[in-house]
Design a protein around this ligand. Sequence first.
Ligand code: NOJ
Length: 755
Amino acid sequence: MQKILIAAAVAAAGGFATGAGEIYRDASQPVERRVEDLLGRMTLDEKIGQLYQSIAEPDWRPMEGQFDAVRKGEIGSFINLYREKGVDRVDWRGTVSRRCHDTLQKIAVEQSRLGIPLIFGHDVIHGCYTIFPSPLTLACAFEPDLFETAQHFAAREARWAGYDWTFAPMCDTARDPRWGRVMETCGEDPYLNALCVAAQVRGFQGADASAADRIPACMKHFVGYSDSMGGRDYNITECSEWTLRNLHLIPFRAAAAAGVETVMSSFNTVDGRPAVTSRHTLTDILRGEWGFSGFVVSDWNAVHEAIEWGYAKDGAEAARMALRAGNDMEMFSRHYPDNLKGEIAAGRMEIGVLDEAVRRILRVKFRTGLFERPYAIELPGDEALKAFDACAHEAAKNCAAKSIVLVKNNGVLPLKAKKIALIGPLGDDRREMIGAWDARSEACRTTLFDELKAAFADGEVIMAKGCAVNTVASVQTKEDGGKAESAATSTAGIDKESVDRALALAEVVVLALGEDRNWTGENHSRSRLTLTGAQQDLFDYVADSGKPIVAIVCSGRPLALPSVWERADAVFYAGQPGCEGAAALAALISGKLSPEGRLSMSVPRDVGHLPVFYNSYRTGRPGSGRYDDAFEQDAKYPFGYGLTYTTFAFSPTRIDGRTAKCEVTNTGAREGVAVAQLYVGAAACPDGVRPRRELRGLRKLSLRPGQTAQVAFELDDAVLAYTDRSGALKTACGRYEAVIAPDSASGSGASFVRE
Ligand code: NOJ
């Protein structure tokens, strides 16, 4: 009876009806039985088809030949349907891509021999339609659960757009801001990063990734990609086993423990081998040590790049190396479909290895409910959609408001002045704050200009753009390898007349500046951490006027802006705050909301100081090894730093048995949020040197003026743990120091011993 009901429900949802003896079509059977039954029925061609992820061409739409390949079972997955071409932008909530998804899926399900559904992947990184703050920005909220909320909204919207799978969360730990992809990371600290990525997995997948409002997640890029040399994208990574295990692998292990269904192997090398061919990471660690049972997809063209690296001699060898290493699905390049059949026939490739890869892909397809519900999710009715939309935007605004970091305030904020000049290219712009990796985003519905006018309705806000976010010339230089960039970024290009007009009327200036969002994200490394285009000239011009300045810096990476830090009266580091960033900024500027963000990545004083992450190591010569030509060598604003509209006092840290304790008092005149951060450092570790300080606990405290909170962190094994080179978790290092501090550079540690 149960079986009949399930079959009827499945048929009604557009999936299979159970055929006689076809265990794999029977949803009541255990997943492993279904996998084995289906695998046993597949031809070699069909198996290889499951290992191949294709793009839809041309213009991200499928074409005739691809319909045929799907019919023959030669494609297992598609990426980025209708990614970015015109029509989808105006096609609210994905009607077109849903149709496209379902057209292909119908062929796979109804016309292919075994009816194995395709899985459709897309880069839904920080929202699908409703864009939340970038991961680097949202991590600044120091409230990992916000990621769960954000990615649940993203999962629902992705389903409506016809995507069954997202390529997120990115679990790489930021090291070098020259690397354009730091905006996709959750910052430079592996502990915070781990909490944030685990929350993302929960947000995307929920308790059951097969639910209609969830999608399977994909942790990426496995592993070491963020350590690419000199911050140059796609470059070699030189990373010891010790650093791999105690830094880069930590967030991945957390995402795996949270049940992530899939993994993407990375572009970089690991110990001299392209990561897509690294058996050590993809099999020994991922499956052997962590028990991961889902599948691994390569990054775009990465199987082919094993040849470009000068590692594999041809496509057949690249395919053999990657598959044997544990890379199950090939994205974009065609070395699996073009070579594996011949390699097996020639006895150069083991069928058992190939079967295992197919098994893993089918397992995820079964586990995530694709066989039962292969088609895109229908949109709810108009009213429900409107209600959803309002909630999504409210959540995005809340996330942005909690993420924006106030790094300087000489008292000008919150603004009391009534005559405000809003100057700068981001003041009346609808796309820049959305940032890179914008999935199917719509433009922001309001600009900072709109929001400030509403927030200061009894005053006057005058807008002057001043200059473009980037000069036309500097955008063009990207196409010629950036050769003319230095000339372009010094181009004056300021509209002084309109700036003067605004300045003449204003008591205070809000200067909305930033980094061209198109210079952030993949393949956007930078050699200088400056404002783009003529914005520095604009800043200097406005600063010379002597008017008080509230600077807003939107960027995908920390920028080194000494004159902004010095000459502005207040500075918000807003990152890429998403589609409600303007509303959040206006609420913070007017004082309706109080800032509570803390930096997820240290801000350098100068590009020559890189790297400046806080979790650096001691040296054998404390105090030596400094740059002769720089007085201050630390970060300008360290990890964990951020101001509020009140002040907090942290008492010295005490160690009480196995607990670290302190008191935090609101010493200001306004309610505010303190972030108590526990940092631990091992003074002597027999397995290898450890960072001076590592974040191992955080607590957000909302305190009224004069209120004191007791803060206590258990110094248990999880807090003290490190991983030795064999993957074993260890704790006993002898002497440790712990400090509960407002940021990574403050406070002095209290000692304790753990043998
Ligand atoms: C390359 C990027 O490295 C990866 O993050 C992304 O998911 C794929 N392209 C697919 O777009």
